[in-house]
Design a protein around this ligand. Structure first.
Ligand code: SF4
Ligand code: SF4
Length: 287
């Protein structure tokens, strides 16, 4: 079994559209949405949810009013200003448990907090594991880890040779979780100043995991000067550019329709996406 993770240093490069297209080209694979903070792959793949599971990612404090003597000690010592007038703000509470330890009345409990949900679904192109983290909830790295673990289990159970994961943007904890143990990182960038800046950072992060890395320049023809700059940068960073996809309004049309662009069967991006998929298959050793 091989794992491909599609990442981007910044959001909005078209990573999810490319993954949606790959899902249709791969034959049956396990599809995994690791962008749990802002999941949107389901918009393109329209999964039919089969199982829903709760995710308890954090702990939060709770005050038992009947036991509280209003001494104010917890409010004074909470470093996150999460307690005001005897009430805990769950969005501000970091679950550090200082209040629990200092409370002289034993009035504070620290409890697991429901932070989101994860799902096992079916799509036309194979099983999908995805998740939704609640607003202002933390520990997305742990949730990504759970989603990937489930995707591997399903791949083993159904003897599927490939897992395709949509990684989160950025270089933080959920990205690290998305890359750990993957066979290949496909980095999707775009020819903008922020695209160039973030490409360098994400290439260095991916290099730390020892997986095969390659770059795809999406919307390359919007700025050919920046596109050449990215090609030079990639050469300096010793990572190959294996795809150049032109700006194509058909991709937007597909997003608006909620379908992978490949199912439209038209537009300038079709051929380059298929060539990119061939290159990925060569590097991963899957067909
Ligand atoms: S657990 Fe920590 S952050 Fe939360 S209310 Fe108590 S002291 Fe504040
Ligand atoms: S430290 Fe305990 S008793 Fe004092 S205000 Fe906080 S919860 Fe109430």
């Amino acid at each position: 079994m091989k794992e491909l993770t599609i990442i981007s240093g910044k959001g909005g490069t078209g990573k999810t559209s490319i993954l949606g297209a790959f899902a249709t080209l791969a034959g049956k694979s396990v599809i995994c949405d690791c962008d749990v903070d802002a999941a949107n792959l389901h918009i393109l793949l329209q999964p039919n949810i089969k199982e829903t599971h709760d995710f308890y990612g954090e702990k939060k404090a709770e005050i038992v009013p009947e036991l509280c003597t209003n001494c104010g000690k917890c409010e004074e010592l909470c470093q996150f200003q999460a307690i005001q007038q005897g009430q805990i703000n769950p969005y501000a509470c970091e679950g550090c448990a200082v209040c629990y330890h200092v409370c002289p009345a034993g009035a504070v409990n620290i409890k697991p907090h429901l932070s989101g949900q994860w799902y096992i679904s079916e799509t036309k192109w194979g099983p999908m594991v995805h998740a939704k983290l609640g607003i202002a909830q933390g520990n997305s790295g742990l949730l990504v880890n759970m989603v990937r673990k489930k995707a591997r289990e399903i791949a083993r159970e159904q003897s599927l040779p490939l897992i395709i994961s949509d990684g989160p943007p950025g270089i933080g904890c959920p990205v690290i979780s998305s890359l750990a143990g993957t066979d290949m990182a496909l980095i999707v960038t775009e020819p903008t100043v922020s695209g160039i800046h973030d490409l360098e950072r994400i290439v260095k992060v991916a290099a730390g995991f020892g997986c095969v890395s390659a770059v795809c320049i999406n919307k390359y023809n919007l700025d050919e000067y920046n596109c050449r700059y990215i090609e030079d940068l990639a050469e300096r960073l010793q990572v190959p550019v294996i795809g150049r996809i032109p700006y194509d309004l058909t991709v937007t049309e597909a997003v608006l329709q909620g379908i992978p662009v490949t199912t439209l069967g038209k537009g300038d991006a079709q051929g380059p996406i298929q060539e990119l998929w061939q290159q990925v298959g060569n590097l991963l050793g899957v067909r």
